[in-house]
Design a protein around this ligand. Structure first.
Ligand code: MSP
Length: 503
């Protein structure tokens, strides 16, 4: 079985993750589940990023140790990932002892091969982002990432020779257009970072202690991004002294799924770190867009933050999964508000999906006492309908391969809409009144059940519980992702999938 390795960014343990951070794990989960559906042996890694000055300060404010602080938040993040029904293979933590040991060895190896050297860092430092910036990178004199004040700082530090890899990386990114996607992100990396030139990167800090110490100079802790990025290899058996068999099977990773704000770290620093370790680069870095709250960036200080657990309590897991996946397109930001969630639930989940399933099963139970077989009485509308059922898997596959996840889920809803239209055209209630149309009626219901079955199977990556629920109601375990002409349905009683929300 072919292996497929997908990772998410590892979330900071500085606070509870909002619905925007939660979007990423749900998106990754739908890709991982779809790959499993296609027959891949999927390894899906996620976890938490737990070191750095910001966390040290937050723990101090809370009068607990940094370890206690990150244990709490990491636990909270894992609970939310579980609440969202995400099927990760491994939840990693950068405070894990094994990770820390391998990071020390990685740092040593880079030092020994001459890619890390000792120097003095002077610059403008943004404390919340833990980043040094040059004057030209600032926006209105403030940190380009978070917009906050920066201050002059200098410290003895180790540097990584990023500049050494500049030409090689530019060539690599130009020669491999699918390495960074979407295209706008790739252009941004080339024009804003690679073409102006890479400066060596400061990869150690002495101003705080909550980090992985450099083993040969322990007053330094390893720069948080070097510590964090290496999670992708330390947790699958990479070891500078000899890696495991699993590492060789899984690496290079097929897809690093990250938010658009951290593409820079993944497509510039990370490749150079990997080359320094003589390792191949991941196959793809995809920088997904952001989820905005009422068209504005979510922030606690603005009080416009939504959390997954409150939304799930109110609307259910699959409604929120569907909303996130459907609402954020391939490369432009998506929007969330409770009104928009309710509109989607009513129009797509209750009307299009819920109604179709309930109507079809009810008619099958009423007209044929729960038992439906194909009588093969098809007209041209039915043949076209069957063609649509047969095409949907391939269409979705192409979209999923290109990471057009929102379009892929929309394709399923297109088929559900077509199925509702097929009911309107064939009018089963009218056929039911004519004694010589009983075989035709049974065929129409059979075709609808086949469409519902294929849609339910294809919904599994996006809405796993709903998929299971529908398959239980239609009581059929055939897993072919196309129209089958000799299925037999013994239907259960219908149960409403989604309740309409009245204003
Ligand atoms: N710890 C780093 C990642 C290190 S990966 C080696 C980090 N953590 S984070 O908690 O700030 O963000 C985690 C992920 O959530 C990132 O990919 C980030 O882009 C994403 N998002 C943060 N806010 C988001 C939205 N509002 N919408 C969608 N994704 C968002 O960065």
């Amino acid at each position: 079985m072919d292996k497929y390795y997908i990772s998410t960014a590892i979330a900071y343990t500085s606070g509870k993750p909002h619905i925007g951070n939660t979007y990423e794990i749900v998106l990754a989960d739908s890709i991982a589940r779809f790959k499993r559906l296609e027959g891949y042996d999927v390894y899906f890694q996620t976890g938490t990023d737990e070191h750095g000055v910001k966390i040290e300060e937050k723990a101090k404010d809370a009068s607990i140790s940094p370890q206690e602080f990150v244990d709490n938040i990491s636990g909270e993040i894992k609970n939310i990932w579980d609440l969202m029904n995400t099927s990760y293979s491994k939840f990693v933590r950068t405070t894990d002892k094994h990770h820390e040991e391998i990071v020390k060895k990685i740092f040593n190896k880079m030092y020994e091969n001459g890619d890390i050297y000792k120097g003095e860092y002077k610059g403008l430092y943004c404390t919340p982002c833990e980043s040094f910036w040059t004057e030209s990178q600032l926006v209105d004199g403030k940190c380009p990432d978070c917009g906050r004040e920066v201050k002059e700082a200098s410290e003895e530090a180790y540097f990584f020779k990023l500049s050494k890899y500049q030409d090689r990386l530019l060539r690599f990114i130009e020669d491999n257009p699918s390495f960074i996607e979407p295209e706008a992100r790739r252009k941004e990396m080339i024009n804003n970072f690679l073409k102006p030139g890479l400066q060596d990167l400061c990869v150690s800090r002495t101003s705080f202690t909550w980090g992985i110490p450099v083993s040969f100079d322990p007053k330094h802790v390893v720069y948080v991004w070097l510590d964090a990025l290496t999670n992708y290899i330390t947790n699958i058996g990479y070891d500078p002294d000899g890696s495991s068999k699993i590492f060789n099977e899984l690496w290079p990773c097929d897809l690093h799924l990250v938010g658009k704000d951290i593409v820079r770290f993944h497509s510039i620093y990370w490749p150079c770190f990997l080359w320094s370790l003589d390792l191949p680069l991941p196959k793809k870095i995809f920088g997904h867009p952001w989820l905005l709250m009422n068209n504005d960036k979510m922030s606690k200080s603005k009080g416009n933050v939504l959390y997954a657990d409150t939304l799930v309590d109110k609307y259910g897991v699959d409604a929120i999964r569907y909303y996130l996946i459907h609402e954020i397109p391939y490369s432009s930001d998506g929007n969330i508000t409770e009104e928009l969630i309710e509109e989607r639930i009513n129009s797509d989940l209750a009307n299009i999906l819920g109604n179709l399933v309930q109507r079809t099963i009810s008619m099958g139970n009423k007209y044929f006492d729960h038992h439906i077989e194909n009588k093969d009485i098809n007209d041209s509308d039915s043949n076209e309908f069957i063609n649509n059922i047969n095409n949907v898997y391939n269409e979705i596959r192409l979209l999923m391969d290109d990471l057009h996840i929102s379009d892929a889920v929309t394709k399923i809803f297109d088929l559900l809409r077509i199925s509702n239209k097929y009911i309107d055209i064939e009018m089963p209630w009218a056929l039911a009144k004519e004694a010589d149309k009983q075989d035709k009626l049974e065929t129409v219901l059979y075709n609808l059940l086949e469409s519902i079955r294929v849609c339910a199977l294809l919904l599994e990556p996006f809405m796993p519980d709903t998929s299971k629920n529908i398959l239980e109601q239609i009581n059929n375990s055939n897993s072919e992702l196309r129209y089958i002409s000799d299925n037999i349905y013994d239907l259960n009683d219908p149960k409403a999938l989604f309740m309409r929300i009245s204003k």
